[in-house]
Write a protein that binds this ligand. Structure first.
Ligand code: PHE
Ligand code: NA
Length: 435
């Protein structure tokens, strides 16, 4: 264990974890889900889900990772609870499952960068998506995206992931702020802001049963929880860091980038009168692709916009890949490079159905949201809250300085509100899955 890798610095960990959190969820999903589910009303549900359930659950994963400095499966054994390794296994599986179709979207994004540069989608944005989103074109895109991620993870934690995310995360934030500032100058932008954020209680009433599982599932996905990513990343940090402070920074930054994405997307769409009334996987691609051709400097703007989406997608995908590579590094004699390559091949095969046919893509995504994610988080919370319990609080307090009351409050919350909230999410989600 003495030669196990670590982050070079606290900032390195923070940026890598923010890189994991800030991803397609923030840009490709969040703005549209917010706009079509009641605007500011959904935002409130989502913020409550993030603060009340996501944030405490993130701390639970940090505790497991940092206490043991082990991969997400063996961490449970290291803590003395071998039977619970299956929970780590479920997390690793969930991460792998999600990554398999996340790569497909990564491939679409790469294709749209090219399409922006050449103008290939100009004038036929819906057909273009149809042509590249599934079948052979999507399979090629998925493979290329995977190749980039495998390359970064193969280099290592400090030299690969840490160095890459140190450049990527600040670029995402700065370019997003830049674009959000620029769109304020567009005529007609105002309607976009109100479409994004104005509260709509009618959709709320219609979707009430769906809204809680939806907001909580989105909170897990966007914060990279339930897939062993945060366990793995926190297994490379030291005892002097404050977990609540680090977690707070990650949660706040992740939310800000999601809101920023909405403040970029909708003003552009409304400025050129594109109707954004869809929230499926194609939403951002089709809408933005019909907007860029009509804007001054549209090609460049498209390259920059989809470029930011690509950076965000890569910095998330590498965290999922690292989960399994980390397990392999700790448990096999294969090198990091061969593990990354082999897992890349497995992921390609697992993602093939999603790349080939959008129906499979939807099926993978639905199962992840409604079953694997909430189940995985629920079991982690039960473990940390009821099995580790006071040991978990002790770990949380390491490096926390003041805030003595935080630990017990957090534990009480995990044991009650958080677990019940996730249980409710799981039950409601499964109900819609089978109805
Ligand atoms: N959090 C990422 C996003 O919002 C997705 C992700 C999920 C990344 C799970 C890592 C682990 O896009
Ligand atoms: Na996110």
């Amino acid at each position: 264990m003495s030669d196990r890798e670590t982050w070079a610095s606290r900032l390195g960990f923070l940026l890598a974890a923010i890189g994991s959190a800030v991803g397609l969820g923030n840009i490709w999903q969040f703005p549209f889900k917010t706009a079509t589910n009641g605007g500011a009303v959904f935002l409130v549900f989502y913020l409550v889900a993030v603060l009340l359930i996501g944030f405490p659950a993130m701390l639970a994963e940090f505790i497991i990772g940092r206490r043991t400095n082990r991969n997400a499966v063996d961490a449970f054994g290291e803590l003395g609870f071998k039977q619970w390794r299956v929970v780590g296994g479920l997390g690793v599986f969930t991460g792998f499952w999600i990554l398999s179709y996340y790569n497909v979207v990564g491939g679409w994004v790469m294709r749209y960068i090219l399409g922006s540069a050449t103008g290939a989608y100009f004038g036929n944005s819906a057909e273009y998506f149809g042509a590249i989103a599934s079948g052979p074109e999507a399979v090629v895109g998925q493979a290329l995206f995977l190749l980039i991620c495998v390359g970064i993870v193969a280099v290592g934690v400090e030299d690969g992931i840490e160095k890459a995310t140190k450049v990527m995360v600040p670029s995402i934030v700065l370019l997003m702020i830049g674009m959000a500032a620029w769109v304020t100058t567009l005529e007609g932008a105002g309607a976009g802001y109100s479409y994004f954020l104005s509260p709509d209680f009618s959709t709320l009433a219609a979707n009430a049963g769906d809204l809680i599982p939806f907001a909580v599932g989105q909170a897990f996905f966007t914060l990279s929880l339930g897939m062993a990513a945060m366990i793995t990343y926190s297994s490379y940090i030291g005892d002097d860091e404050s977990l609540p402070v680090d977690g707070g920074i990650i949660v706040v930054t992740n939310t800000l980038v999601g809101v920023l994405a909405g403040l970029v997307v909708f003003p552009i769409l409304f400025a050129i009168n594109v109707s954004p009334d869809t929230s499926g996987p194609s939403a951002i691609f089709v809408a933005m692709a019909s907007a860029f051709p009509q804007l001054p400097g549209g090609r460049l703007l498209g390259v920059v916009f989809f470029g930011v989406v690509l950076i965000a997608a890569i910095s998330s995908a590498i965290s999922l890949l690292e989960v399994t590579v980390s397990y392999g590094v700790d448990n096999t004699s294969y090198s990091r490079v061969s593990l990354a390559a082999m897992l890349g091949v497995v992921l390609f095969v697992l993602g093939f159905p999603s790349a080939w046919d959008l129906a499979w893509f939807g099926w993978f995504d639905t199962l992840a949201y409604k079953l694997f994610l909430p189940l995985s988080v629920l079991l982690i919370l039960v473990f940390v809250g009821w099995v580790l319990s006071s040991n978990a609080v002790a770990e949380l307090r390491q490096g926390t300085g003041g805030l003595r009351a935080f630990g017990p409050t957090w534990l009480w919350m995990v044991r009650t509100v958080v677990i019940l909230g996730v249980l409710l999410t799981l039950v409601l989600g499964l109900q819609t899955l089978f109805l």
